[in-house]
Design a protein around this ligand. Structure first.
Ligand code: ADP
Ligand code: MG
Length: 254
């Protein structure tokens, strides 16, 4: 079974150090949650894992199945099976949701098999409808321009739809729950749960216990000041929701 292993990751943005030695291991088949105060580097970690050029790795390793992926472009990382659901998905006016997804799927197919002629349109439609039903999305959304004028909740659903179509090995969900009402949160969470299998490892970044009630993480990690301060079981998320983060910082000093 593969895994994503993060070793002593140090990351800076414009010469300002944000991550200061992050260690984390996400095996395929497990759900890991990261919680933590605002501006502690959670999104920085997500972007760095995906290879965003703005984030400079000054030290450390990111290993997928034991191989360092730091030299790979975001596209190459996607083809290797890493997926990031953005905290703030961007709009692409002029490109429909369906076209975007088909292009992404075809790139993945071609990377696996250079002879591939692309997914047949009927097969694509069948999969798309099936996955949109799963997420209780209006099929008409497939014909709209990507995220253009979408509500916060619609954008998050499209992110998960993309994940459902691409079937990654490691999915990073950056505050996918924020902006979702209670019903949408349940639908999206249940959608993610049906995608869970032994080949998918999930790293979910969240502020709230609620999504974790559905996703049932194997481990919860607390990030503060650019590093993981504490790791534990699902109970840790409950304690954080009740007591906040201060006790963790003081227990570190003690
Ligand atoms: P979190 O997701 O935990 O709220 P972020 O990773 O978004 O935190 O941000 C961590 C710190 O890095 C913050 O102080 C933020 O202002 C800074 N930061 C993040 N992205 C950028 C950027 N592109 N340019 C400059 N500073 C950034
Ligand atoms: Mg963030």
């Amino acid at each position: 079974m593969g895994s994503l292993v993060i070793k002593n990751l140090n990351v800076s943005i414009e010469n300002q150090q944000i991550l200061t030695g992050v260690n984390l291991e996400i095996p395929q088949g497990e759900v890991h949650a990261i919680m933590g105060p605002n501006a502690t580097g959670k999104s920085t970690l997500a972007y760095t894992l995906m290879g965003h050029p703005k984030y400079t790795i000054t030290e450390g390793q990111i290993l997928l199945d034991g191989k360092d992926i730091i030299g790979l472009s975001p596209e190459e990382r996607s083809l290797a099976g890493i997926f990031l659901a953005f905290q703030y998905p961007v709009a692409i006016p002029g490109v429909t949701v369906a076209n975007f997804l088909r292009t992404a799927m075809n790139a993945h197919r071609k990377a696996k098999n250079p002879e591939d002629k692309g997914i047949p349109i009927l097969e694509f439609r069948k999969q798309l409808i099936e996955k949109m039903n799963l997420l209780e999305m209006d099929p008409a959304m497939a014909g709209r321009y990507l995220n253009d004028g979408f509500s916060g909740g619609e954008k998050k659903r499209v992110e998960i739809l993309q994940m459902a179509m691409l079937e990654p090995r490691i999915a990073i969900l950056d505050e996918t729950d924020s902006g979702l009402d209670i019903d949408a949160l349940r639908i999206v969470s249940e959608g993610i749960n049906t995608l869970k299998n032994n080949n998918l490892g999930i790293l979910v970044i969240t502020h709230y216990q609620r999504m974790l009630n559905y996703l049932k993480p194997d481990m919860v990690h607390v990030m503060a000041d650019g590093k993981i301060l504490m790791s534990g079981g699902p109970d840790l998320a409950l304690r954080l929701e009740n007591e906040g983060y201060e006790w963790i910082k003081s227990s570190e000093i003690a």
